[in-house]
Write a protein that binds this ligand. Structure first.
Ligand SMILES: [Zn+2]
Ligand SMILES: [Zn+2]
Length: 124
């Protein structure tokens, strides 16, 4: 297979946007994928960005720390509840037991879930 743009050049790869065969000379490196033109390069880098974003969203990005979304949510919720309780204590001088209790329970469950998941090796 020869390059779509250069008849005499053997194709080095395919454009990841329009799938035309392209040679080294006209391939535009977008980081991980190659493109045949600047228009395609733009689309491919947009796609790269999108992939990076969704990878991060699901905690699949190897370069970043793996986040246990469920555990994190529980701990975050607990922190909010606990924070509200502490805030009310200082603001109104009244102990907001429900908020403190629920917050504490959430954080405990979150921590327990984290330890459990870590033991099994699940991170989702
Ligand atoms: Zn292309
Ligand atoms: Zn070419």
């Amino acid at each position: 297979m020869n390059c779509y743009h250069h008849e005499n050049n053997p194709a080095n790869g395919t454009c990841k946007n329009c799938h035309k065969a392209i040679c080294k000379e006209c391939a535009i490196d977008t980081g991980r994928r190659i493109a045949c033109s600047h228009e395609c390069a733009k689309d491919v880098s947009d796609y790269n960005l999108l992939m990076d974003k969704s990878k991060k969203l699901y905690g699949l990005d190897e370069s970043g720390t793996k986040i246990q979304t469920g555990t994190l949510m529980t701990v975050a919720l607990g922190s909010i509840m606990l924070g509200t309780g502490i805030y009310r204590y200082f603001e109104y001088d009244a102990i907001d037991w429900p908020s403190l209790l629920i917050g504490g329970v959430f954080i405990t469950f979150g921590a327990m879930g984290y330890v459990k998941n870590k033991k099994i090796g699940i991170s989702c």
